[in-house]
Design a protein around this ligand. Structure first.
Ligand code: DC
Length: 212
């Protein structure tokens, strides 16, 4: 039997810095990287493009089943519509199940010596056997500030208060859904990035990898 490709699972809250940390670690280790949030964003954005409400469960399932994983680099997926809709479709067990195989098969199909996946349920549901698990978080107000800055950088004219409000709703929805809620695996290493810059976060994570 072929040896399984080692997986590092990185879960955590929105705008906690987990994506930047995951990307940098993947480059450093020459591992494949999958931002699983983009899968849910892709599903939501497909509904948005069709003018359908995000609550349309049959259409969401259809979008998940026919998802084209080569189209995850569309900048629109980073925008507010996809962001808002993604936490709605991510609460649908049928959508989560439809995206399960793609995530499970990603490491072996990548052709790389290992893979890093980031999301909300990677260490708990998708890869409970991951060789290393991180849970990345930061204060909600700080995360809203980071997201606000990011949206302004995209040329969007949004108020900080609105970003904070949206973040509260999304955090509650992601953590409160019955199926695969956002939570740390019992064996996850916690990193609080509230007072840390991206370099510090990267170095901190690297320490755990080197100590393994
Ligand atoms: O990390 P992100 O903001 O791109 O995630 C978008 C949404 O998808 C977010 O509301 C949580 C959800 N998500 C999830 O439920 N499970 C994952 N593995 C990744 C993201």
């Amino acid at each position: 039997m072929k040896k399984p490709v080692p997986v590092i699972a990185i879960d955590g809250t929105a705008a906690s810095g987990k994506g930047t940390m995951a990307r940098r670690l993947a480059t450093h280790l020459d591992y494949a990287y999958l931002d699983t949030g983009l899968l849910y964003r892709r599903v939501a954005y497909t509904l948005f493009e069709k003018g359908l409400p995000f609550e349309e469960a049959d259409a969401a399932l259809q979008a998940a089943r026919t998802l084209d994983a080569t189209k995850l680099d569309d900048p629109a997926l980073r925008g507010p519509e996809a962001g808002r809709g993604s936490s709605i479709v991510a609460a649908m067990p049928t959508v989560r199940l439809a995206l399960y195989d793609f995530q499970r098969e990603f490491p072996a199909k990548s052709g790389k010596p290992g893979a890093i996946l980031d999301g909300r349920d990677i260490g708990t549901v998708i890869f409970p056997e991951a060789i290393l698990k991180f849970y990345v978080d930061a204060d909600q107000a700080e995360r809203a500030r980071r997201r606000h800055k990011e949206l302004l950088g995209q040329g969007l004219d949004v108020f900080y208060e609105k970003v904070l409000e949206d973040m509260k709703i999304r955090d509650a929805r992601d953590a409160g859904r019955p199926d695969a809620p956002m939570k740390a695996a019992p064996d996850a290493i916690h990193i609080d990035t509230t007072h840390m810059g991206p370099d510090e976060v990267f170095q901190e994570a690297l320490k755990y990898i080197q100590d393994r």
